[in-house]
Design a protein around this ligand. Structure first.
Ligand code: NAP
Length: 540
């Protein structure tokens, strides 16, 4: 499509949706149900988002599959059968494919197409969207379903470009299997990705060097095939359980004791933690006791318990100590799930390279160099994380009213109202944007809430004859301030992580995920909508 935004009064389509992951597919489906014209744009060659790009060995979701799936179609959730408790990436991608085919969504997306620029016409209230394929399309509404973790952090390793061996990036892994047998391999990064990929590579590599700067907490996944009875039980209760969970703090409805961690005995506390460790989602730790996310001493009880587990799993006490996080409170960085991660350090072919003890000086043509000396490797696996939440606007131009670029606005610290809109960018909706629960929840539950809120909003606006909506700066500032305030009240107050933008040099420190919890966030959105979209300016 090639229309120009100049002097137009009617756009080419009602809505442009950017991204064909879980959020984009649902948004397209909802908008089609409303009878709208929708044009989807997707950078990848197919649907799936994260699960399309991340195909590294060992990748599993850290939310149980029966939960990490859509709830909006009863037929879909009844017919789909998850093979494992924590399904592997290929099965999640298969699910995404199934959804796209079942609801005939693919024909609404232009694949292998990246948004490069979007410009708002302040008089016509219309966006002009330009892509790297040279297309231009105009739309009344734009929905950015681009994910919080979709843009890798820029490679900041000194000398990275000099390495003459094979560089592999977990965020754009080769589509054909990589053979590590007989190879000397370095993995850089020990977040969820580094932990998963190292556990797999350790099985076949001749030597594996895991370069760790900050250790993560990790809990065994206890992954296994699901039984027919388990699947039948879940399906019998899906409808009611999904409803219960979407009003919970984490979107998972995990149990807690309702007590302070400091008012019970160590035995009682550890018995609860042990049950979580053996049987439940690791995110159960967060709500295990009422004060573990607000009180440092209560929080420390989890670290003490999990530290003892690392010491049990790793034979060399000195290595175990290096693997135990000591520089941040539990929960202020992502807790990982693993399959045999700590045990790889009991293998002769695996070496922990502690970058705190011996900082990384450079990547060299043949490997890497730390203060302890040079190590030659054949392959470097980069698992160094994402430019979370805001990365997606860092290499595109989104131009709002008065010619202001969203990238520059967010440079000073990402701000939204309800995680949905940024002041100065009317008619541009964000799914799981900054200051929404997103990464601190079962993200599919958060996606569903956000997509429903956005598409219900678009319907409301259209039904009432409005063609413009934007967050007011006052409502936005109050929302961001409230979220930062919750951060101060919790163990996040002194934390530095990608949750706060701290992993990217020069990025402003701001609490990126909403900390209030999934249920309260939903209630806040519903209340704003019921109050005529309080805090948003609506216009015809
Ligand atoms: P991450 O948590 O940001 O971890 C990146 C790792 O790379 C950190 O250990 C970091 O160390 C290290 N690193 C970055 N730059 C470095 C440098 N210049 N030198 C040395 N080390 C460096 O990223 P991720 O592991 O990709 O995970 C991101 C998020 O994606 C997760 O938290 C999770 O939400 C999601 N995820 C989920 C799953 C799952 O469901 N199982 C799997 C993968 C990812 P520092 O911490 O010291 O900076």
């Amino acid at each position: 499509m090639t229309s120009s935004a100049q002097n137009i009064t009617e756009p080419d389509v009602d809505t442009v949706v950017v991204g064909a992951g879980f959020a984009g597919m649902m948004a397209v489906r909802r908008l089609l149900e409303q009878g709208r014209t929708v044009h989807g744009i997707e950078k990848g060659g197919d649907v799936g988002g994260t699960w399309y790009w991340n195909t590294y060995p060992g990748l599993r979701c850290d939310v149980e599959s029966v939960e990490y799936s859509y709830s909006w179609d009863e037929g879909l959730q009844q017919e789909w059968v998850w093979p494992e408790r924590y399904s592997a990436q290929p099965d999640i991608l298969k699910y995404a494919q199934h959804v796209a085919e079942r609801f005939d969504l693919k024909k609404h997306f232009e694949f292998n197409t990246k948004l490069t620029r979007a410009t708002f016409d302040n008089a016509a209230n219309i966006w002009t969207v330009t892509t790297d394929t040279g297309n231009t399309i105009t739309a009344r509404w734009v929905v950015m379903a681009t994910g919080a973790l979709s843009v890798p952090k820029k490679n900041d390793l000194p000398g990275a470009e000099t390495f003459t061996g094979l560089n592999l990036y977990t965020t754009s892994w080769p589509k054909t299997p990589v053979d590590f047998a007989g190879k000397r391999v370095a993995v850089i990064g020990t977040g969820s990705t580094g932990i998963q990929v190292s556990s797999e590579i350790a099985k076949t590599a001749k030597e594996l060097f895991v370069l760790q700067r900050t250790p993560s907490w990790s809990v065994p996944a206890h992954n296994r095939p699901l039984t027919a009875k388990e699947i039948a039980d879940v399906k019998a209760n899906y409808a009611s359980e999904r409803l219960r969970k979407r009003d919970s703090m984490d979107g998972l409805g995990l149990p807690g004791t309702g007590k302070s961690a400091l008012e019970v005995t160590k035995e009682e506390r550890d018995a609860f933690y042990q049950n979580v460790y053996d049987n439940m989602s690791p995110f159960t730790f967060f709500g295990s006791f009422t004060d573990v996310l607000v009180d440092d001493a209560a929080n420390q009880t989890i670290s003490d318990f999990l530290g003892s587990k690392v010491r049990e799993r790793v034979k060399d006490p000195a290595i175990a100590e290096k693997l135990i996080p000591k520089s941040y409170p539990f929960g202020t960085r992502r807790t990982c799930i693993d399959t045999g991660y700590y045990e790889i350090y009991n293998q002769d072919n695996v070496h922990l390279v502690d970058l705190l003890e011996n900082p990384l000086k450079a990547i060299t043509p043949t490997g890497f160099m730390t203060d302890a000396g040079a190590v030659d490797v054949d392959i470097i696996v980069h698992a160094t994380g994402y430019d979370a939440f805001t990365g997606v606007v860092s290499d595109v131009d989104i131009i709002g009213v008065d010619g202001v670029n969203l990238r520059e606005v967010w440079n000073a610290g990402a701000k939204t109202y309800l995680g949905t809109m940024t002041a100065g960018f009317p008619n541009l909706f964000l799914v799981t944007g900054p200051q929404s629960p997103s990464v601190l929840s079962n993200v599919v539950v958060s996606i569903e809430q956000h997509v429903d809120f956005i598409t219900d909003t678009i319907k409301y606006l259209t039904d009432k004859g409005y063609n413009r909506m934007e967050a007011t700066p006052e409502a936005q500032d109050a929302w961001v301030e409230m979220n930062n305030g919750i951060g101060q009240f919790t163990v996040h107050r002194n934390s530095h992580s990608w949750y706060m933008g701290d992993n990217v040099a020069g990025k402003a420190h701001v609490v990126l995920p909403a900390l209030m919890g999934v249920g309260p966030f939903r209630a806040a959105c519903d209340e704003v909508a019921a109050d005529g979209y309080r805090g948003f300016a609506l216009a015809s």
